[in-house]
Design a protein around this ligand. Sequence first.
Ligand SMILES: [Zn+2]
Length: 264
Amino acid sequence: MRSSMKRLAVVPVLLASGCIGTNFNLATQRQEYTITSTDKEVEAGRKLAAQVERELTLVTDEPVQERVRRIGQRLAAVCDRRELVYSFAVVKDDEVNAFSLPGGYVFVNEGLVKLAANDDELAAVLAHEIGHVTARHAVKRFESQLGAQLIQLASLAAARQGPAPQSVGVATQSMQLAYARQDELEADRLAVTYTTAAGFDSKAMLAFLDRMQEKDRTRSHYMPGRVVRPYYAMTHPFVPERRLAVKEALFGVADYLDYLNSPD
Ligand SMILES: [Zn+2]
């Protein structure tokens, strides 16, 4: 997982060729500039997915894979980028986590499948990951990372006499673990739309966020120097704000207590 995350740094190179254009993104409802065509995005996603599948072990229990595929495809059928071919796979890992790659490749850990109380909660998580794909969050992040890498190259060249600036590499690596706050909230709002359209109980996202937060409270704390595998709360922070965004998407307004509990 860590090494595959590290290798995601290769993606900007895969995505780089192409010219700048604009397209209207149905998910974000915005006109967006991009240097990445859908073909390029799918090609990069396919290569990364193959790498992930080489490095991680997939669950061999076919009914488990089938359940996640069935829920995922119901959501994919109603999402904003139906031209993509989505794939869903369960990774043999007890950590509660899920992630998506550009082009529609969604992975969910066995630990998360077990934590979800029912199909509706699982659908909420899968719809959130689909939301990252439809809003093209990863592509946008990689495109902006291209700029970051140019800065990194420039700083490496400037520091050629001195020691290599390790901190720059670590920063870009940790940037790859979590999407920005706005992206998370957008993926949650899209998850509410997609779960509703596919006939799932879209309130299940709130129940799952609570369950995940409870699990996080009981997990052993991070020890410096210890290898920590990415888990959901690490790749998906901002839980209080996410609850607020989900409630607003569900009910039009969040209640007073939510505002009290949310930062700023
Ligand atoms: Zn997310």
